[in-house]
Structures are given as C-alpha cells and as structure tokens.
Ligand binder design. Structure first.
Ligand SMILES: *Cc1c(COP(=O)(O)O)cnc(C)c1O
Length: 391
C-alpha cells in the first residue's frame, strides 16, 4: 500500500519511546474512573473544577437539546448561529471583563485562527520558548518573523522588542500558566514592556481559566491587568469540563476574527448543548464558589504531602504539581507502577521536557476527596520507595 512508509515511521517512534496508544475510560470523567479496565484514581485530567460530569451542567445541556436540537447545521456566519451563541458570548465577555468575546471550536482553533488572521509579512511575533503547540501552529500559519525568548526571561523579551522596532505590527504572546511545570508567566512585566514598545499582547489562559483570579477569571484577574491585555484567549475544555476555545477583547477584535480567522470561518458552529454547558459552567463558578476553594485546598494538601514524603515538586504555582524524577525511564516505570497501585498519572518525558527533567505530572480536581488523595499518596510512597526515588 502507498502508506507503507508509516510502518517505518511508527517503528522509529517506538524506538525513541515516543509511541502511544489511547488509554480508554469506560466511565465518565471523575475523581475515580475505570481506565483500560482498571479502577483508578484520576490524577491527570484537566477537569480542575470537576464539572465534566456535574449534574447542573448535564441538565443545562439536556434542556438545550430539547429546545434547540443537536447540531447547528452550518458555519456560524452562514446559518449556524442561534440566540444561545450570542447570549453566551455576551455572558462570557462580562465574565472576562472585556467588551466582546467569540467562541471557537476549541482552544487550538482560537490560537491558530487569531494569530493567522492578525499577523503576516512585515510583522514580528515574540514568543516564550515554552508556549503551547497551538500558539506555535498559529505562528507557523503566518509569514511574520519570529523571535523566541528563553522561558520567562524579561531581558531577552526586551532585547527582542528592541530588535523589532520598525516592524509593521509586533505581537508578544505567552501562555498564562505553563502546563508542564505549572508556573505562571510574569504577565505584569510582559504587559509593561509591550506597552513601552507599542506591541500587541496575547495571553493563552487555558490552564488559568477557572483556576486563577477572582471567581476563576484567569491570569489577567490574578495580576489585576484588566483592560491592558489586547487578546485574552482561553478554553472551556479544561477547568470548566466542557469544550470550546474563545477570544475576549475589544469588539473590533472579535468582529475582525469573524471575517478573517480561518479556523472560525471554515468550521460549523458549536451544538447548542455545548454552549449551554459552557454557560452553566460560568454561572456555577460564580454562584458555587466552593468548587474553586476545594480545588486549591486539594492542591495544597497533595503538594504538601508529596513534599513531606521527600518528592521534588518543582516550582508550580497552580494545581499542576509535577513530581520531578529525572530520567525518562524512571518516569515511565513510575507511572506504570502507579497504575498497578490504582493511580493514573502520566509520565512527561523528552521531547515534551528536557532529557533530565522527566516527571509525573499530577493534577488534582475539586472532586477529589481526602480519601482519594490519601490513597494516591500511599501509592506514591510505595512506588517512590520501590524505585529508590525517596527513602
Ligand atoms: C489545552 C491547551 C490549549 C488547547 O485547548 P483546547 O480547547 O483543548 O483545544 C491551548 N493552549 C494551552 C496552553 C493549552 O494547555
């Protein structure tokens, strides 16, 4: 067959230890799931608030199906926009404290479409070296010059801005929360520098939405930078337990994206049930504050306990807690052994992180009980001792 070359490609991935298959759950996403036939404590979903199987969100989605049916039948600008989309985007703009907001199919589509639509030849895009793949994709869709600064290095950012003087447009783009380490961008300093050079700022708040700031408004609220970041990108796929990316900002921004963002223009509008679920999630995070509070309590508990067992938990500032293990092979064996002991937490290895920085990345949710966490910690203790990571 013409695709015979794939056998070689797959073998090469296997030799490099990079080949994966899909782990399959036979239950809903929750603190405890059945995965590949085994009951485990889930420690690596992005379902921070535990909304993925929440009863209020289920009901909201069901009501929307009853009222609107399932599909939208067209791209948004032809015949795929309903009242529910418009009302939700207004609600989202109010929540994000911007004048306007626009939904995309997912966060990856929001990043690709927005960067592609706004920047091109003659422009410069300045990007943190650890930015998410969907930002990198967006940059690749343009003919703009690109400058990469060392992770969080503000001197390098300043140099890049200085070297970009005279460009048609300059974009400084960063993740808000970096998903491998759980650290957060120095967004206050980034905005300050960008303002000095008249550069456009864009933040990807995928892991900050629903987690940081007042009522989970994200990193801009965390730093009190309301009105000073030009392009606020985020997603409903993580903390909010739903799906869908968005861009929030000035009305001119969202109006322009409706006309020019290819990942918005060439794809069908979200099903009403999805929009209703996202809307309910936004309402819930504001009128049921205990989810967010519990998320942080769980994060603090797990992190403190892992540290007191002797694990190196890196320098996370968020509910992402890495357990640093060094060698890729140790991280892989560690994850496998955790699974045997009833805990699902994936190893993160090269090339996602440096060769000597392999780790298990844990992510708690508001749904985990103390019992869940204690049981997971017990597994970490046993495996850590067996593999001589802790004494
Ligand atoms: C997950 C993620 C995305 C993509 O969001 P989806 O809605 O899942 O497509 C974009 N940026 C960052 C930083 C992410 O972590």
């Amino acid at each position: 067959m013409a695709l015979d070359f794939l056998k070689d490609e797959i073998n090469s991935l296997k030799e490099q230890n990079l080949f994966t298959t899909l782990p399959v759950m036979s239950t809903e996403q929750a603190a405890r799931v059945t995965l590949n036939g085994k009951k485990v404590i889930m420690l690596c979903s992005n379902n921070y608030l535990g909304f993925a199987n929440n009863p209020r969100i289920r009901e909201a989605a069901k009501r929307a199906i009853d009222k609107w049916g399932f599909g939208t039948g067209a791209v948004r600008q032809i015949a795929g926009t309903m009242d529910i989309h418009m009302d939700f985007e207004k609600q989202l703009a109010v929540y994000k404290e911007t004048k306007s907001a626009l939904m995309f199919t997912a966060g990856i589509a929001a990043n690709r479409g927005t960067i592609q639509a706004l920047f091109d030849k003659g422009d410069v895009i300045i990007s943190d070296e650890l930015n998410h793949g969907s930002i990198i994709d967006g940059v690749r869709l343009t003919k703009a010059d690109r400058k990469i600064y060392q992770h969080g290095n503000m001197d390098e950012l300043k140099q890049a801005l200085e070297a970009s003087k005279g460009a048609r447009r300059i974009l400084v783009v960063t993740d808000g929360v970096f998903s491998m380490d759980g650290d957060i961008a120095p967004l206050d300093q980034i905005v300050e520098l960008a303002e000095q050079y008249g550069a456009v700022t864009m933040v990807d708040d995928a892991h900050g939405d629903g987690v940081l700031g007042k009522d989970g408004r994200g990193i801009i609220s965390h730093y009190k930078l309301e009105g000073r970041v030009d392009i606020d990108m985020g997603t409903f796929s993580k903390a909010f337990g739903c799906i869908g990316g968005y861009i929030a900002g000035e009305p001119e921004l969202t109006d322009y994206l409706v006309n020019r963002a290819r990942s918005f223009i060439f794809t069908t509008g979200h099903p009403p049930a999805t929009i209703a679920a996202c809307s309910e999630a936004l309402t819930m995070i504001q009128d049921e504050p205990h989810h967010l509070k519990q998320l942080w309590e769980n994060r603090n508990y797990l992190k403190e306990q892992l540290q007191s067992l002797g694990f190196d938990t890196g320098n996370s500032k968020t509910p992402i807690t890495p357990v640093m293990l060094g060698e890729s092979s140790v991280a892989q064996r560690f994850s496998k052994a955790l699974f045997e002991h009833g805990v699902w937490a994936k190893p993160i290895v090269f090339p996602l992180v440096a060769k000597d920085k392999a780790r298990i990345r844990t992510m708690v949710t508001a749904q985990h009980t103390k019992e869940d966490l204690d049981e997971a910690l017990d597994a970490f203790k046993k495996v850590g001792r067996d593999l001589k990571v802790i004494s």
